[in-house]
Structure formats: structure tokens, C-alpha cells
Design a protein around this ligand. Structure first.
Ligand code: ZN
Length: 254
């Protein structure tokens, strides 16, 4: 008999699964608010229409589901055969009819959810590889999907904002982004100040020991939206002498 509930038992993982399901419901709601003709409109991503965003989210669910299958079966099934195939797939999906595009989103999300639900508890620690070549436990797929579904719901550009993204997702996303900057050394003389940080999460990020830092201050949602390259709203910036300066462009994230 097929299990009807999650086989995972780790409470933190179950929380993340809930967050991802909420993200899928949120994306679905924003997508449903768009009429077919509006799918041709611009997303927040340069060069991408809303169609590209929906296509990407659909194929992303399939790619993440392949990693979960890999964890379940032990048979290596990469996210995508190559970056070129991934990109081609997005372009192809963007040409689908509106009904086919909406079906791609729905069916791929349901499939991923079933793969997660039926993954045996012990298989969540099995290792798989992301398209960037990182080896991660299968449990990481839940975060990978959370990040995609919430941020790209905003990218649909029809009213969602980072303020709609749950705070634990924002906190982890900001940690990922600033961690990537630090690893590349692109956060030099840049400090982020979060005015409403989660308990136990640092409120200052970036090049915190620099005496010459420009400081960008705002709410967790505003700072994360800026760090992800999506918006400069709700931020103030000051130079090393505490004088106001223009909010700088955030370093590249991906
Ligand atoms: Zn993406």
C-alpha cells in the first residue's frame, strides 16, 4: 500500500517540507491570478517573461524529484544531463500553450511531493549531487526547492514580495547569499544590518570587521530582497563616517 503521509520523522525536516508545500501553494495562487495573456508579460528577471519563470519552476520540480528518486533507488539520476539541456528545457517550456504550462507546474509539483512523501526515513541521508556539483544529503532537496519556489513567486511580478516569504526561509536565504559572497571575497567593505533578525541569527552580516564599510540597513525582507538582486526598497545606506550614501548594487549571488 502506498503511504499517505511523510515517512520522514525529523521535526526540522518536516517543518521544511511544510514550508515548501506552502511555497508551492503560494506560487500556485500567484500563477492563478494571472490571465493567460499576462503570462507573456515581463518577470523580474532580465530577459525572462513570466512564461520562463513558470517553465523553470516546473522543470526544477522534475529535476529535484530526480534527486529524490536517486536517494530512494541508489541509481544515479542527475538533476539535468547538462546546463545546456537545463537552459534549453526552460526556453522550450516557455513556448508551451498556457494550459500546458500550467499543467507542467501542477503535475511536476505533485510528482515532487509524492517523491518526498514516500522517501523512507533512512533514505533522507543518502547522498546526491546538485547541478553545481555539490554532494548533499537528500534532505537538502527540500531547501533547494524552498529557495526556488518562494523567490520565483516574487519574480512572477504580480504583487508578491519578499515580505510574503516566511522568515525562516528569508534567514536561510540571506545566510546562503552572504556565505557565497564571503567565499568569493565579493563582500569587501560591505555590511548588512538586519533590524529585525531572527533570535539566534546574527543581525550583522558581510565584511563586519572592516572600518571602511558601507552599511546597508533594513528589515530582513528588505535586506534579503536587495541581496538577491530583486529590490532596493525599504533600505538606507551609510558610509564609514555614518553619512548617508546611495544604496549600492548588491554583489552577484549566483
Ligand atoms: Zn531558479
Amino acid at each position: 500500500m502506498v503511504a499517505r503521509k511523510d515517512q520522514a520523522t525529523d521535526p526540522a525536516l518536516l517543518d521544511q517540507l511544510l514550508q515548501a508545500r506552502r511555497g508551492t501553494a503560494f506560487f500556485a495562487r500567484k500563477l492563478n491570478e494571472l490571465r493567460d495573456a499576462e503570462l507573456d508579460g515581463d518577470s523580474l528577471l532580465p530577459g525572462w517573461t513570466r512564461r520562463h519563470v513558470v517553465s523553470h519552476i516546473g522543470y526544477n520540480a522534475r529535476a529535484v524529484a530526480r534527486l529524490v528518486e536517486w536517494a530512494r533507488t541508489g541509481v544515479e539520476t542527475p538533476m539535468y544531463p547538462s546546463v545546456a539541456v537545463r537552459n534549453w528545457e526552460i526556453e522550450f517550456g516557455a513556448t508551451l500553450s498556457p494550459i500546458a504550462l500550467r499543467n507542467l507546474f501542477d503535475h511536476s509539483a505533485v510528482h515532487l511531493n509524492v517523491e518526498w512523501r514516500d522517501l523512507p526515513d533512512e533514505a533522507w541521508s543518502h547522498e546526491v549531487k546538485t547541478i553545481q556539483g555539490r554532494t548533499v544529503p537528500a534532505s537538502e532537496t527540500v531547501w533547494m526547492r524552498n529557495r526556488e519556489i518562494w523567490v520565483h513567486a516574487v519574480d512572477l511580478n504580480n504583487g508578491a514580495s519578499f515580505a510574503d516569504i516566511p522568515r525562516p526561509v528569508l534567514s536561510r536565504l540571506l545566510g546562503d547569499i552572504t556565505g557565497a559572497w564571503k567565499a568569493r571575497g565579493t563582500d569587501k567593505d560591505l555590511v548588512l544590518q538586519v533590524t529585525d533578525a531572527e533570535p539566534g541569527v546574527p543581525s550583522e552580516l558581510g565584511d563586519v570587521d572592516s572600518p571602511d564599510a558601507v552599511r546597508v540597513t533594513g528589515s530582513l525582507g528588505a535586506v534579503t530582497a536587495w541581496a538577491a538582486g530583486r529590490s532596493n526598497d525599504g533600505l538606507v545606506a551609510e558610509g564609514p563616517d555614518a553619512s548617508p550614501v546611495a544604496v549600492p548594487a548588491a554583489p552577484a549571488w549566483i
